[in-house]
Design a protein around this ligand. Structure first.
Ligand SMILES: Nc1nc2c(c(=O)[nH]1)N[C@@H](CN(C=O)c1ccc(C(=O)N[C@@H](CCC(=O)O)C(=O)O)cc1)CN2
Ligand SMILES: NCC(=O)N[C@@H]1O[C@H](COP(=O)([O-])[O-])[C@@H](O)[C@H]1O
Length: 191
């Protein structure tokens, strides 16, 4: 059974989807570790409620330390096979990327390579898509390399952008799409 570690900065909607798929035996895996850079992240409460070990790793808690080195050590201590980025807002540094080469997976809320890169996260992405007049958007599940949103694609899925689409309505559409796409992508890799 594969061991999954989660990195998340806020709600952990991707974590929710993965945890449910593991519980329903759709994925031959278990989430055994949750790490956040945000001490108020809802994902920490969710992990606690599932008795999943969870930790805060940020500059406030570990001033003047290499945070990605600490994340690497913790993931190795928990014998993690795959790391999933569930709305994680920090750049993964090269040391962590190299330690878990082709084992770190992210879900980006757009059809990469468009609308990716620094600054492209959360509602910023949906705002840019709508302002660009795109007729479709979607999500991209991909391996993580040392640059933002440039890793090898695993799976993409699309949704239509309606004429009267709002940032909020598009965000909801894509989060629903990700719930399925993340699991389909992990099934390709894990099962
Ligand atoms: N090495 C990599 N690290 C991360 C990747 C990646 O592909 N390679 N994906 C991101 C997730 N992400 C898009 O999917 C993303 C997240 C955040 C940003 C961004 O611009 N962040 C800001 C800081 C925001 C904050 O601290 O709240 C920044 O870097 O200035 C872009 C893309 C996760 N890590
Ligand atoms: N570029 C990274 C990015 O925008 N990630 C996005 O964060 C959301 C999860 O946040 P949540 O887990 O806090 O709901 C997801 O929609 C994901 O695509």
């Amino acid at each position: 059974m594969k061991r999954i570690g989660i990195l998340s900065s806020h709600n952990g909607s991707g974590f929710d989807a993965i945890q449910k798929a593991c519980e329903e035996k759709i994925l031959d895996a278990q989430v055994v570790l949750v790490v956040s850079n945000n001490s108020t992240a809802k994902v920490l409460e969710k992990a606690e409620s599932k008795n999943i070990p969870n930790f805060i790793i940020n500059d406030k808690k570990y001033p003047n330390e290499n945070l990605d080195k600490k994340i690497t050590e913790l993931m190795q201590e928990f014998k993690i096979d795959y790391i999933f980025l569930s709305g994680y807002m920090k750049k993964i540094e090269e040391n962590l990327v190299k330690a878990f080469e082709d084992k770190i997976i992210n879900s980006h809320p757009a059809l990469l390579p468009k609308f990716g890169g620094k600054g492209m996260y959360g509602t910023n992405v949906h705002k840019a898509v709508i302002e660009a007049g795109e007729k479709e958007s979607g999500c991209t599940v991909h391996f993580v390399n040392e640059n933002y949103d440039e890793g090898k694609f695993i799976l993409q899925a699309q949704v239509e952008v309606d004429k009267n689409e709002t940032v909020e309505s598009l965000e909801e559409k894509i989060k629903n799409l990700e719930t399925k796409t993340i699991i389909e992508a992990l099934k390709i890799i894990i099962n």
